[in-house]
Design a protein around this ligand. Structure first.
Ligand code: URA
Length: 243
């Protein structure tokens, strides 16, 4: 059983707040009867109508995509650029969980399950994300330490991160670092690297928690298994219990 406004929002009728307004305005029927009580619980078999139009309820789907460069992390784009949703063959109204920049590649989850998306993105759940970063210049120990302890970006200090120097290319004056964070601030990795005086040349997200890109070439995707979804939720529970 789920709250009516949540079912409406998940089906893409409107935001949860707007759905509440629709309910209160008497525009929603459950099994033929107008319902104005917020929080009314509905079953998957109940027929919901909004302004006389039957609501199509979608099964939840979960995809893991290896995002290529040059694709926008959005459901649509004014400039008609290709979006991550265009890469997945589905008739469901999926959207990306979080954001990768246009030029960032790597692991991205897409779903039509709003609760799952919120769960993954909520900072309290501390879901880790691991990035491979190609940096112009060679990071020294003091910069790595600063990145690990937290640097100020957009006026706010970042939380602790794990930073490992993986490769140094003296000849081309570049290095590869692996950075693990559990926040998801806008352009976070690029801004963190900038804050210590360097520039990101290439960025790839390699892992979200225990999920990686094994078996997925650039642009390919697969469905998450029920076991993986359960394991992601369990991770967050462990972390909640620790707080
Ligand atoms: N940090 C960034 O700077 N860009 C991304 O796409 C992801 C994390």
């Amino acid at each position: 059983m789920e709250r009516l406004q949540k079912v409406m929002a998940n089906a893409g009728v409107a935001s949860r707040r707007k759905s509440e307004e629709l309910i209160q305005a008497g525009r929603v029927k459950v099994d033929g009867k107008v319902v104005t009580q917020l929080g009314t619980l509905v079953h998957s078999k109940n027929v919901i109508e909004v302004d006389g139009i039957k609501l199509e309820r979608e099964d939840h789907v979960y995809y893991l995509l290896n995002k290529p460069r040059g694709v926008i992390t959005s459901t649509s784009d004014d400039k008609k650029r290709k979006t991550v949703v265009d890469l997945i063959e589905t008739d469901k109204r999926i959207y990306p969980v979080g954001r990768l920049d246009y030029d960032t590649t790597g692991i991205l989850i897409l779903t039509n399950d709003g609760d799952f998306a919120n769960y993954l993105m909520h900072p309290a759940n501390e879901i880790t994300k691991t990035y491979w970063v190609k940096v112009k210049g060679i990071l020294k120990a003091d910069a790595i330490h600063a990145l690990e302890e937290g640097v100020v970006i957009d006026g706010k200090k970042t939380q602790k991160a794990k930073v490992k120097l993986r490769r140094v290319d003296e000849k081309n004056h570049t290095c590869m670092v692996e950075i693990t964070i559990h926040e998801g601030r806008n352009h976070q990795i690029k801004k963190m690297i900038q804050s210590v005086g360097f520039e990101v040349l290439k960025l790839k997200r390699e892992r979200i928690a225990f999920l990686d890109l094994k078996g997925l070439k650039s642009g390919e995707y697969r469905m998450l298994t029920p076991k993986e979804i359960k394991k992601l939720y369990a991770l967050s529970n462990i972390q909640k219990n620790r707080l």
